[in-house]
Design a protein around this ligand. Structure first.
Ligand SMILES: Cc1cc2nc3c(=O)[nH]c(=O)nc-3n(C[C@H](O)[C@H](O)[C@H](O)COP(=O)(O)OP(=O)(O)OC[C@H]3O[C@@H](n4cnc5c(N)ncnc54)[C@H](O)[C@@H]3O)c2cc1C
Length: 302
């Protein structure tokens, strides 16, 4: 990357941080992924907006990174600038609403809701992503999804205008939001909750997290459910019924604990996971005629 670009980025990111040739495996829950040319961590909302305006003006490709928990990144890594939002994590409470920046973790927001005795966000407390990533993915667990609690979302559009989108304008559906079609960046969101009781909220969070520990292979790196749920059935069940539980390619393995998860048993490569995904899709299609669609996002130079 040209010296001048790095100097300019340093000028924009006064409070933020810049890393060159940063291995993406340090920033993904799969612990897979080669270098990003540049990883930029804006220190504030203004720095993020200025950075994006500059990158767009100079036509430098960029990728927005939340907590990297839904990503499979290639070994060659990501060209251009990966913009990590981990410093944009302010959370404020106004009555029964929580207004949170995109980089705030769901577990932290859930904890704020608990402390303020607000109910409705318990489902998200064990999802390991950020608010921004969860809104893009319409993340959900045990019934509720982000669409049930998000009132409105503030985004930076492709022309660097700030827009507020209502819940309806987000066009949320199962693991989908309009943001998957746009180059828009979530800045913050308004989460609408209800008054609740501290002990009950805590109990519900603990119960859901216990279920997660029992059912999910949390002791191995993964990106959560590999595939979306096909209509009328579960991906994990189809994979298991196809005889693929425990099946592995290189270091990538169909979890014995939950067949819906591919885990990294230690040294899985990008292609181990990708080949396993494609193999599962082929076998499930042959046996049951069902097309499994990846839920995880596959990114980077192939
Ligand atoms: C152990 C485990 C359990 C999981 N359980 C669940 C579960 O129960 N339910 C569920 O739905 N998911 C689950 N996931 C998947 C994942 O945690 C969610 O999809 C989560 O919402 C992703 O958030 P993230 O911040 O990590 O996003 P990332 O993985 O960093 O990014 C995901 C996508 O969102 C984009 N993005 C991120 N932030 C922004 C932003 N501010 N503006 C615009 N685009 C943005 C990225 O560019 C990328 O395309 C699980 C994952 C793991 C590893």
């Amino acid at each position: 990357m040209a010296e001048i670009l790095v100097d300019k980025l340093k000028e924009i990111l006064k409070e933020g941080k810049l890393y060159l040739n940063e291995p993406m495996k340090r920033h993904t829950s799969f612990k897979i992924g080669g270098p990003a040319d540049v990883l930029a961590v804006p220190g504030s909302r203004d720095e993020l907006i200025n950075l994006i305006a500059y990158l767009r003006q100079e036509k430098i490709p960029f990728f927005i990174l939340g907590n990297g928990t839904n990503l499979l990144v290639s070994e060659k890594g990501i060209r251009g600038v990966v913009v990590k939002l981990s410093s944009l994590r302010n959370v404020i409470v106004e009555g029964t609403k929580i207004i949170a920046e995109a980089g705030a973790s769901l577990s932290y927001i859930a904890n704020v809701a608990l402390v303020h005795e607000l109910t409705g966000f318990e489902f998200a407390s064990g999802i390991p992503g950020t608010l921004g990533g969860a809104i893009v993915m319409n993340a959900g667990a045990y019934g509720p999804e982000m669409k049930d609690v998000v009132e409105k979302v503030e985004v930076l559009d492709e022309n660097n205008n700030i827009l507020i989108l209502s819940n309806q304008e987000m066009k949320f559906s199962y693991r989908y939001s309009i943001l998957q079609e746009k180059e828009w960046i979530v800045l913050r969101a308004w989460i609408s909750l209800e008054r609740g009781n501290y002990e009950e909220i805590k109990k519900k969070m603990e119960e859901l997290n216990q279920r997660r520990k029992e059912k999910q292979p949390l002791d191995y790196p993964s990106a959560g459910s590999t595939f979306k749920r096909p209509p009328g059935c579960y991906a994990g069940k189809l994979i298991e019924d196809a005889g693929l539980k425990g099946y592995s390619i290189g270091g990538a393995k169909v979890s014995e604990k939950h067949s819906g998860f591919i885990i990294n048993t230690g040294n899985a490569t990008f292609y181990d996971v990708l080949n396993l995904i494609e193999y599962i899709q082929k076998v499930v299609k042959e046996k049951f005629g069902v097309e499994l669609m990846p839920e995880i996002k596959i990114v980077g130079e192939k």
